[in-house]
Structures are given as C-alpha cells and as structure tokens.
Design a binder for this molecule. Structure first.
Ligand SMILES: Cc1cc2nc3c(=O)[nH]c(=O)nc-3n(C[C@H](O)[C@H](O)[C@H](O)COP(=O)(O)OP(=O)(O)OC[C@H]3O[C@@H](n4cnc5c(N)ncnc54)[C@H](O)[C@@H]3O)c2cc1C
Length: 409
C-alpha cells in the first residue's frame, strides 16, 4: 500500500455494525484521509441482537438503550469521521465516484464501502393494523409495547428471531403460537438434535406451534386479527409478528453496474463485482465462502464485524489472502444460550454430548460425509464451543472433536 492510499476519501454507506467497525478500523490502522459514514436511520449506530432479546423481554428499560450504541458522537468526532445520519443513499455513479443522497446532495469518494445490511422481508399480509416486523430499534420498541399488553400473539416464522420473539412474548404473559411452513424450522440453522430440543423447550414454556403449515391470510385489525393457515385452522390474536427472513438493502444500487444477486456480489477480497474501489461487507454482501465452495450471504453479527476489520485492513495495509469467515452465531431462548459455529451436513453425522432435554450444558458435534468435523452447537457451554471452533479451524476429524469436548464435561 502506498502512503497516498491512506489519504483517500473513504465513504461508508450504512451506519450500523459493519459500517461503524469499518470506520473505527480505518483510523486504528492509520488511515488519515477523510472518512464519511452515511446512515439512513436517524439514530446513532446501535447493536441489533438485543432488539429481540433484552429489549423485548422487558429485562431492559428505555434507559438501557444507550448501552446498545456501537459508538458515541463524541467518539466519531474524535476519530474525525463525518457522520451523515437520516439521509439514505439513493444512487451511485461509479464512473464519477459519487454517492447520491435522499436529501439531494452527493458525496464524492475515492473508495466506497457498502454496508447497507438487510431489511425484514416484507410481510405479504397487511391488514390495516396489528402486524409487526422486527429489524430496527423503533420496531423493537413498538413490539415491546404490544407484548407488554399480555394479549395473544401469533409469530409467523420459526427461525432464531421468530422464536426469540416468542420467548419474549411468553415472558410478558402473552399466549403465543408460532407458525412455520417447515416441519422443523430450526434444523437448517442448528441441525435436528438442537432444533428438536428447542421446539420442546418452547412447548414446555407454553408456546403452541403450528409447523409444516403456512399462513394463507391475516385479516382484521389490531386486537382482533384472524390468522388463517393452509391447514384450514384459524387463529385469533391481538397481534402478529412476521419474521420470515430478510432481504439485502440493494435497491439504491440498481442499474449502477454492480453485480446484484441476493446481495452485492463480491470476490474473495470483498471487492464488489462491477466497479473499482468498491467493497461490500456484512449482511448486504454475497461472497465466495472458501469452505463451502459457494457464494454466501451471512446474516451474523460476527461476520459483519470480521468483514469490517478485513476491509479496513485491505484499504490501509493491503491484504494477500481472501476473507476467511469464522461462521459463528448465537441465540438466547429463555435460559438457553445457544452458540453455533460451522454448519450441519445433512449427508454427515452428529454426536450429542450431554443431555439436551435436561437443559443443562450440552453440545452437538457435526461431522461431514468425509469424517471431518464441520460444525458444533452448544447449549449453555461456551467453553465447549470454543474448543470445537479451534479444532474445526485446523480441519480436525469429527471423532477427535467429540473426544476433546467430552473431556471438558
Ligand atoms: C432482531 C435481530 C436480532 C439479531 N440477533 C442476532 C444474534 O443473536 N446473533 C447474531 O449473530 N446475529 C444476530 N442478528 C444479525 C446481526 O444483527 C446482523 O448480522 C448485523 O446487524 C449486520 O450488520 P450490518 O451492519 O451488515 O447490517 P445492518 O445491521 O442491517 O445495518 C445496515 C444499516 O444500513 C442502513 N441502510 C440501509 N440502506 C441504506 C441506504 N440506502 N443508505 C444509507 N444507509 C442505509 C440501515 O438503516 C442500517 O442501519 C440479529 C439481527 C436482528 C435484526
């Protein structure tokens, strides 16, 4: 990297985890040129995982919101970062190297980092009121106020976020039903063993489940909704929370020459395909995963931070190797802290260590069809996860990971 690279104007679009960690990383690594951080929300950058956990289950109050800020305005001032909040990027001219904003202004760049994340996949069911979705701090506040009423709730979507919302609703005393068209919605995320135990956990806490059946319609209004399932069943609820995945925030990049395909497509150095000096990171990026032999768009907190650090390094010092993901995710459900790394291979095998039904600490080690350890999921047992993660990173066999984790028991 030349000295001049450190003086370039770097513009980061998306002021959340990936964007914030990028600007902090740039300064920490000696970037001395101007940095502009652009965010659509009129909020200082904040962390999203608590939105479906402590902020929703009543454990935290409004005064706790400061605790989820990723950075303060004073810190950004000290870093010399120009912060443009409340004005979304609406266009990009890669030839002129300018980002156009909703307020009519445009910002020139020498290098651009796209970190616009994702939005909740819009609900196909839109009665006049009573249907909620969760992605932002405002969404979380609105849903928390609804749950605090203790009225019946239908959660559509049995993934991590849907089930965390269900657990929070139970905590508020709401009768809760979770609906998902998949027979075992969490299997894809954590494998069948933990997925099954999580469903049991929810049922023990009073959650009703309707899996293997989809929603056909949601009618009525707040306080008196009817959720119609394709099984013919009709559920009455005061509110419905729809958590059916997310869509990458790329609308503003349409027609710019960047390759868009379920995210901004990048090479293994996270350089966006279709323009020079443009990178994409975090939930919006789709990049070649070295271990999976396929392009991946990860929607995980750890990945967003890791990619930010990687791109900050690429922009200041240069990188020789492509981005190596850690594939780590977690979820809190009641008193279960679920941690997962790697993946579950349906063609491989899995070994359970500990008693998943007892709710004490337990682990599942996933092995691929070749006998190599490919993933681990733990419940209330971070030490086992860390051990497995270390061995996975060196390509250990499934048997040796199982032995190593058993020794920790
Ligand atoms: C409720 C919830 C709970 C979660 N819990 C977990 C968890 O337990 N564990 C885990 O690993 N992950 C979790 N995640 C995922 C994790 O939060 C994300 O992976 C992470 O936030 C991704 O960061 P990001 O900066 O790439 O994108 P985002 O956090 O989506 O941020 C993108 C930012 O860009 C802004 N933006 C979008 N378009 C524009 C535009 N055109 N111009 C300017 N700004 C724009 C958005 O307003 C947003 O602020 C959770 C996510 C949610 C929503």
């Amino acid at each position: 990297m030349t000295e001049t690279a450190l003086h370039r104007h770097i513009v980061v679009v998306g002021a959340s985890l990936a964007g914030t960690r990028t600007v902090q990383g740039l300064r920490a690594l000696g970037h001395s040129g101007p940095i502009t951080l652009i965010g659509a929300e009129d909020e200082l950058p904040y962390d999203r995982p608590p939105l479906s956990k402590n902020l929703l289950n009543g454990a935290w109050s409004e005064s706790s919101v400061d605790g989820i800020r990723l950075v303060t305005r004073a810190e950004l001032d000290e870093l010399g970062v120009e912060l443009r909040l409340g004005s979304a990027a609406v266009g990009l001219d890669t030839a002129a190297r300018r980002v156009r904003l909703a307020d009519g202004t445009s910002v020139p760049y020498d290098a651009l980092v796209i970190a616009t994340g994702a939005a909740a996949r819009p609900s196909p069911w839109r009665p006049p009121s009573g249907v909620y979705q969760l992605r932002t701090l405002d969404d979380s506040r609105t849903i928390a106020a609804q749950l605090a009423l203790g009225e019946p709730v239908v959660v559509v979507g049995g993934g991590f976020i849907g089930t965390e919302i269900a657990a929070a609703a139970v905590g508020h005393g709401c009768p809760v039903t979770v609906v998902d068209p998949l027979p075992e919605p969490m299997t894809r995320l954590v494998g069948p063993e933990i997925a099954g135990s999580l469903v049991e956990l929810h049922r023990r806490n009073g959650v009703r489940t309707r899996f293997g059946t989809g929603v056909v319609a949601i009618e009525g209004k707040a306080g008196e909704l009817t959720v119609e399932l394709d099984s013919g069943e009709r559920l009455s609820a005061a509110a419905a929370v729809v958590g059916i995945g997310s869509v990458p925030s790329t609308d503003w990049l349409a027609g710019t020459g960047l390759e868009l395909d379920n995210g901004v497509v990048t090479d293994r150095f996270l350089r966006a395909s279709g323009a020079d000096d443009v990178y994409a990171i975090g939930d919006v990026a789709r990049w070649p995963h070295p271990g999976r032999g396929a392009d991946v768009r990860a929607e995980h907190w750890t990945n967003a931070g890791d990619q930010a650090r990687y791109v900050a390094t690429a922009l200041t010092r240069g990188v020789e190797a492509g981005y190596e993901p850690t594939d780590y995710v977690w979820s809190d459900q009641y008193d279960w802290k679920v941690n997962a790394c790697g993946r579950h291979d349906p063609a491989g095998s899995s070994t359970v260590i500990g008693d998943l039904r007892a709710g004490s600490r337990a682990a599942v080690i996933h092995t691929d069809a070749q006998g190599v350890a490919c993933g681990a999921v733990t419940v209330n047992w971070v030490r086992a996860l860390n051990q497995a993660r270390r061995l996975l990173s060196v390509g250990a066999s499934g048997d040796s990971v199982v032995d190593a984790v058993r020794q920790l028991a």
